[in-house]
Design a protein around this ligand. Sequence first.
Ligand code: IMP
Length: 833
Amino acid sequence: MSTTDPDNPLRSPTSPVGPYCSFGGHLNNAELAETLSHHLLSFLGRDPQRAGNRELYKALAYTVRDFLIERWVKTQKEFYARNRKRVYYLSLEFLVGRSLGNSLVNLGLLDRVSETLKEMGYNLAEVREEEEDAALGNGGLGRLAACFLDSMATLGIPAYGYGIRYEYGLFYQRLLDGFQMETPDNWLRYGSPWEFERPWNLYPVKFNGRVYSYQDDQGRLRYEWVDTDEVMAMAHDVLVPGFNNDSVINMRLWSAKAPRDMDLVSFHRGDYVQAVRDVVDSETISKVLYPSDDIREGQELRFKQQYFFVAATFQDILRRYQKKHEDFKQFTDEVAVQLNDTHPAIAIPELMRLLLDEGGLGWEEAWEICVGTFGYTNHTLLPEALETWSVDLFGRILPRHLEIVYEINRRFLEEVAARFPGDQDRLRRMSLIAEGDEPKVRMAHLAIVGSHSTNGVAELHTHLQKTRIFKDFYDLYPERFNNKTNGITQRRWLLKSNPGLAALITEKIGGDWATDLYRLRELEPLAEDGEFRRRWLAVKHDNKRRLAALIDQRCGISVDPAALFDVHVKRLHEYKRQLLNALHVIVLYHRIIGGRAEGFPPRVVIFAGKAAPSYQRAKLIIKLINSVAETVHRDPRVEDRLKVVFIPNYGVSLAEKIIPAADLSEQISTAGTEASGTGNMKFALNGALTIGTMDGANIEMCEEFGRENMFIFGMTAEQVEAARRDPARQPQTVYQENEEIKAAVDALGAGIFSRGDSAIFRPLVDSLLSSDDPYLTLLDLPDYLRCQEEVGRAFDQRESWARKSIFNVARMGKFSTDRTIREYAREIWGLKV
Ligand code: IMP
């Protein structure tokens, strides 16, 4: 049994504190206690002797922030002194989660703080629970941005994250009779101690109005955007420490403020209420994060959000650049901008506008700068997730930008026509404007044309970009396309979230894996060491006990930590196929009550994830999972052999508790639909084995681990493509030919899991049996069932399971965002790292 201090992964009885725990040392325990008391008293107005965990959390956060800000100023001065190229990572989402534990780990303060709190009569783990998650993102894309910042800071890159300071993050999910209910995530109600307001970094952002053209003194046609409405953007900085390197960078998030003179107009007319209403209206821009993931949202407010943060960011970028330069000749030597998906792609016409209309440059010169500045990361293969904006809305809100987009398109189509003469169809396909009853601007086309790099996020994804979704563009600009396989930061997803495993690994191979994940390879020979395997499994068991307690507390379900913890946590989406997993659960249930489940280990099937509030089908799948759970738990024949749990309100801090406790990681998307996945990597790094399809980064994980160390099933992307066109491959055939599958689907349709209500799950049954099911769930089900049986047998062979688990972890080196960011830096941003 591990006796590791749960707060501190680097302090195990047999391992000395790693070399990277060295600083923070210039404050002893008594001084730290004094600083905490000072913050309690003068910042929070609390009697230090009567403070509760919440106040202590805040005082601690302010104390840590003091450490961060000193280092931030030093880091920024060094960036100026060294005059290096800066990287701007523009993202509408940053899914940061909690900051306290991560900052303590990265600053090397964990030991000292843990001890000091103990001396003061507090428990650090409890104090950490007081922090709200910063849920400023939906899922993978936003969490990737947060991991990237951690790696950029750790690698000492002069980088900035730019985004929006949403007042309401991703909604809170509760369950009511098994249905998802959303409530607002008012995460700022007690303020956030992690941000610095920067009221002097305040920029006007224009909307609406019209374009006025005139001839300048040299007879050139010039354009001005006039009669606009204005909103102010105010900066808030959240500091991001690198790991053990004194480097601190910042994420700059914009909030919308009404301009002062705006309220005055109505105010002087005597209409105070209208004045306040206008203020509220303009401040709604940064109020709420759109809760959609991989689904397009066509709302005007979202379009405004995109332009709002891009316009403020570019004013900030130019301010910094213009401290040293009077022209734009060195712009691309000093500035690299990465667009995280197309959400910030309006930056392309915005930079053109700034260079043309405000900088007075000519088109060619401006365009060269623009293409040289931007890189674009595409995150999706689902056509329905590719952003478009109606020309109407675009032109009303950003009239000058629409003109620029038309001009970009005119010149671009000329280039295409010259390369592919007479190919009208190609012109139509590649145009930045989709013609039709309601013409639309295609943001992905704009992003590809206006940047020097388009990357996918896993090898398969990039391959499918080149051969399917962006094939025409690859034909034209092959040199622009490249792959950057995603990663995760091991600081958060192992060192911080799984202290037991981190300490065991550090004891055996030292702590350098925290900054060089390839060092984990040194674990491989230990897979043959019986004592090591025993301790490896003991750490997992410990984590499972903690998760079992959480499940009991939050769901009122008691689960046995000795059972196989089979975990499927991620956004709810049909392509991620939680429904496939639910069908397996139903089959298991039928086997148990039919006496056909002998010899298989007891399972706890754990789900968590939010569905977009407007995504009815995904919400119905949540209801189904909860209904199956209820039926299974009510049936006395099942005993402890099967439990089904849906843990509500999945988010970063919950993931940090669930993932270290998983035995099996479900990564079962229809091949060719998941761009990369990063949850798959988090589980593997924590010693879970993966059951998965050959999709996204699963393929590269399989290359690293060896197929014998994963559970692979189902069709490949090519087979999926072929099956979609093959009338002989019908879900109906699977249903007719496989008795277990037929029974499972019939039970769904007959209301077995819905107290006799046969209507409620009918849409799911219909989609499963439809020959048009784009996710081919039933076609993959037989092989999934086979593979799950293999998992069950393998889990019973605990020694070889442990061996596989160790191999998986040992071969995770490639999947650190440190590797990913180095590749971006060298191959896209032109930096030396
Ligand atoms: P910004 O880059 O202008 O946003 O400033 C960020 C921080 O960098 C400031 O708070 C200063 O600490 C530092 N800084 C800004 N400008 C300079 C400069 O010209 N030389 C050195 N340090 C600077």
